[in-house]
Design a protein around this ligand. Structure first.
Ligand SMILES: O=C(O)CCC(=O)C(=O)O
Length: 352
């Protein structure tokens, strides 16, 4: 980059930051976020990306949440009654009606070709960079050396919110918090928007959604069996009265020689017993209980091509699908959206 281009760029970044701060001073968070996002698409600035993570969180507390849905859960018609197992659609049929029909009648729905090859490559690189820069931080690198790929998110303490404490454990399970990666989160939110996911979720939840810092992850599942989680329903620890949907997207082919997801292919309407003999945690589910809950629809190991997605919610019973002898790591992103009108604050909101 030439000296003049450098000067022009840093002036443009300062201008965008000044405008955003002025808007935030007037509590106009959505406009500040829009301006910074637009500017950053060509400026790729660490300072903008870090500010965006914080503004997306703070903006939740200035957002007046209203839902267009009087009750929850909805009871959509079963459009997939004639399909065995988990229903599958292609990206061209990705609508809130189809997704709700799959999730509320069958527990989940697979969407093939959710992301383009270019989006997959951008997100896979984001996962790799985030892990690598977190490693540098662990080895003692300063934040200025790990930004914009790894800058631990530290939310302003507020009543009902919770400091993040599980980074070490998450990392052992192959997950990085997307909010710890200002550039990774920027790329993720753009991909979610460009693929039509944010619009679909807005219609599905009946309001502009918020992601969760604690549940939105950039994942690298290692080929050597290492999952420390086991069978679980996220509803066992997310709390009652929530409205949520998770979009999990494979960034590499998986399910044969790389870890994938194992899933009970049916809609469960209750939280099954947790912490029974053989379960790894008090919130996870033993093999025996999972098989019991599955009944005549036994768990399946899912196979995905890169860019395929599966969508489910807090009632779904699943685990990382891994076996001894797998030869490849698997990359994925996991985006948990919640309805702001009944948001569990300890999950730490990020407006999208
Ligand atoms: O990616 C994985 O292996 C696990 C993901 C998961 O448990 C989830 O999306 O809730």
């Amino acid at each position: 980059m030439s000296f003049l281009t450098d000067i022009w760029r840093s002036q443009a970044v300062s201008r965008a930051l000044r405008r955003a701060h002025a808007l935030v001073g007037q509590k106009r968070y959505p406009e500040a976020i829009r301006i910074l996002t637009k500017a950053n698409c060509h400026l790729h600035s660490s300072a903008i990306e870090i500010l965006l993570v914080n503004l997306r969180h703070d903006s939740f507390f200035h957002h007046v949440a209203t839902s267009s849905l009087a009750s929850w859960p909805p009871q959509p018609d079963d459009l997939y009654a004639d399909q065995l197992g988990i229903p599958e659609i292609d990206h061209q049929d990705f609508t809130a009606t189809n997704v709700a029909s799959g999730v509320f009648n069958h527990g989940s729905i697979i969407v093939r070709n959710m992301l383009t090859a270019e989006q997959v490559s951008l997100m896979r690189d984001s996962v790799i960079q985030t892990h690598a820069h977190h490693d540098k931080a662990i080895a003692g690198a300063l934040e200025t050396e790990t930004a914009p790929w790894f800058v631990p998110f530290t939310p302003t303490p507020r009543e009902g919110t919770k400091a993040i404490v599980e980074r070490e454990w998450l990392r052992r399970t192959g997950a990085e918090l997307a909010a710890d990666s200002p550039r990774g989160l920027f790329n993720l939110i753009n991909c979610l928007q460009d693929a039509g996911i944010t619009d679909m979720v807005t219609e599905y939840l009946g309001e502009q959604p918020a992601l969760s810092v604690r549940k939105t992850a950039l994942r690298q599942a290692l080929k050597d069996v290492n999952a420390e989680v086991g069978w679980h329903q996220d509803g066992a620890f997310l709390g009652q009265g929530i409205r949520t949907v998770n979009v999990w997207i494979a960034l590499t082919d998986c399910g044969v020689d790389a870890p994938s997801m194992d899933m009970v292919p049916r809609r469960l309407t209750t939280i099954v017993p947790t912490g029974t003999e053989g379960a790894m945690f008090d919130w996870s589910v033993s093999e025996l209980t999972a098989r019991d809950a599955a009944g005549d629809t036994p768990p399946v190991r899912l196979q995905f091509r890169e860019g395929d997605a599966i969508i489910f919610d807090e009632m779904n019973l699943h685990r990382t699908g891994e076996s001894l002898g797998m030869t490849k790591d698997r990359f994925a992103v996991e985006a948990w959206f919640f309805a702001p009108s009944c948001y569990p604050l300890e999950q730490l909101p990020i407006m999208v």
